[in-house]
Design a protein around this ligand. Sequence first.
Ligand code: DX5
Ligand code: ZN
Length: 209
Amino acid sequence: DKKIIISPSLLAADFSKLREEIAEVEKFGAEYLHLDVMDGNFVPNISYGAPVISSLRKHSNLVFDVHLMVNEPDYLIKDFAHFSDIITVHAEAVKHLNRTIQLIKSFGKKAGVALNPSTPLDVLKYELKNIDMVLIMTVNPGFGGQKFIPEMIQKIKDLREIDKNIDIEVDGGINDETAKLVKEAGANILVTGSYIFSGDYKKKIESLK
Ligand code: DX5
Ligand code: ZN
């Protein structure tokens, strides 16, 4: 079994003290930091971009796990490669997924592909061997604090059966209860926003693991 990694989503942090928030989750055992970038186009919301993330980079040793909810994100990738460890794009947002994956890897970064709840795994059939991580969205992207979509459990199981080794990240509505279900199904990287940032980071991180 793969080690469980926790990736707190900065979207749910207190934006007036990001540096302190990151230090806290790092201290209490999170390994990754999930950074949700939204363009107000692929998703109906705008979050933050490169200037915010790059200024946090020098204050943290966490793995920067960047989730681009952006249409045709190729134009951002070179810039983001300076401060990201993993760059994840949405299969639904790119025309030439193979090219985008190659672009991410050309900068020596790990490549992830995210799938919206209604997108089947089939779109990755010929790319799985080229990517490092699949992000199974367990809510519709765009907002924190939404309810976990239970049909995604089967999707995680199906993917784990197809590929025993690939990193499977889940994002949306993860708390102590849904964490159990997704881990059993085969996910190994858990994004957590509103659950963890609502307080008691230490206890929350332990409960997810
Ligand atoms: C949603 C984002 C998530 C979000 C998760 O579009 O991709 O990363 O912050 O938030 P919670 O854990 O509150 O569902
Ligand atoms: Zn996300």
